[in-house]
Design a protein around this ligand. Structure first.
Ligand code: SAM
Length: 336
């Protein structure tokens, strides 16, 4: 192997996991205030200068692609509140080696932006939605907008972004009586509904403990609506386990960080809006990339920093009911 080959060897962490997936948070701000995520008054937002510009994000993604990262997901906060997000999508789509660009959004602004995003190269979208009832949507998100989210989902399907995934945080006493209705959506529509266990962060510890439902209980409840068969998920090494009704257009998944850990398959790292490479959603291990980038680091130097970060990626998280495992107050701080 030549030195150049060695410099380009794909990222592998200290536990031999290939790291091919980078989640990029483009903002810590959000236009919702979901009860399990953020206080009603919001959080202390990052200053404008602290946040990476689109060109800076593209530089980091280019370096990541040179060492084997293939998939990018834009997240936040709410990524669609950042102006002209399609410009960033186009910048990332032009990078050699990146073959998948996805977006996680609450969907409020999706219908307006989907055409620009899809033409820029966005391939897939995950929409977060915790209730199909307008009043309850507003109670959980602390803002109205169910109609806009449903329009966003329709627009994404119409724009040919497939598969569309819906992420629903299942909470006892808040929306658990809607699990069946969410699951039924997958019979007729090409939608992958994923139920997520509510996870503990500093802002939600009481609520997390009171409303937590494990994935097995979720599945048991959905099974009452019809027989479900295990199926492969749509592409790759994600954290969800999927099941489908006979002949259904979509599938139901569960994501169970607390009850059914999947760290051994972890293939991802995260870039925060202020340019820190975060090695685990639930641990504080991170490496500042913004300072070297702004000091003029070359692509090779950035790639080397990414490689060095592999040494501090932890083997697994240590999440427990009602206990925060890191200093993070809410997922919006680092890109959930
Ligand atoms: N705003 C975008 C969205 O709504 O998808 C992206 C960021 S949001 C933090 C990403 C996902 O994290 C959403 O599906 C949200 O419901 C989920 N989330 C936030 N806090 C959570 C928690 N404490 N437990 C489980 N899921 C959480």
């Amino acid at each position: 192997m030549t030195t150049v080959d060695l410099l380009r060897a794909p990222l592998v962490d200290g536990f031999r996991r290939p790291i091919t997936y980078l989640r990029v948070s483009v903002t810590d701000k959000c236009n919702l205030r979901c009860v399990y995520c953020m206080p009603e008054t919001g959080l202390a937002w990052l200053q404008r200068d602290d946040i990476l510009g689109y060109e800076e994000i593209v530089e980091i993604v280019r370096a990541a692609a040179s060492v084997g990262v293939r998939s990018i997901r834009l997240t936040g906060g709410e990524p669609l509140v950042r102006r002209d997000l399609h410009r960033l999508v186009a910048g990332i789509a032009a990078i050699d080696g990146i073959d998948d660009i996805a977006l996680s959004t609450n969907g409020l602004l999706l219908a307006d932006q989907i055409d620009a995003l899809a033409s820029a190269g966005l391939r897939r979208v995950n929409v977060s939605l915790d209730s199909l009832r307008p009043d309850r949507f507003e109670a959980i998100a602390r803002r109205p907008g169910l109609d806009l989210v449903l329009a966003g989902i329709d627009a994404a399907i119409a724009a040919g972004l497939a598969p569309v995934k819906l992420n629903c945080v299942a909470m006892r006493g808040q929306n658990d009586d809607e699990l069946e209705a969410f699951a039924e959506l997958t019979r007729e529509r090409p939608i992958y509904v994923r139920f997520i266990e509510v996870m503990p962060v500093h802002e939600n510890l009481g609520l997390q403990q009171d409303t937590y439902i494990g994935a097995e209980e979720m599945l048991e409840r959905i099974r009452r609506t019809g027989e479900l068969h295990p199926v492969d998920g749509p592409g790759g090494n994600g954290p969800a386990r999927y099941f489908a009704y006979e002949g259904a257009a979509g599938a139901v998944g569960v994501i169970s960080p607390l009850s059914h850990e999947y760290c051994d398959r972890c293939n991802r790292v995260r870039l925060t809006a202020d340019g820190r490479l975060r090695l685990c959603l639930f641990g504080d291990q991170a490496l500042d990339l913004r300072s070297p980038l702004r000091a003029g680091a070359s692509q090779a130097e950035l790639a080397e920093l990414l490689r060095s970060a592999m040494l501090i990626k932890p083997e697994r998280h240590h999440l427990r009911l009602g206990e925060a495992s890191s200093r993070m107050r809410a997922f919006s701080e680092i890109g959930g």
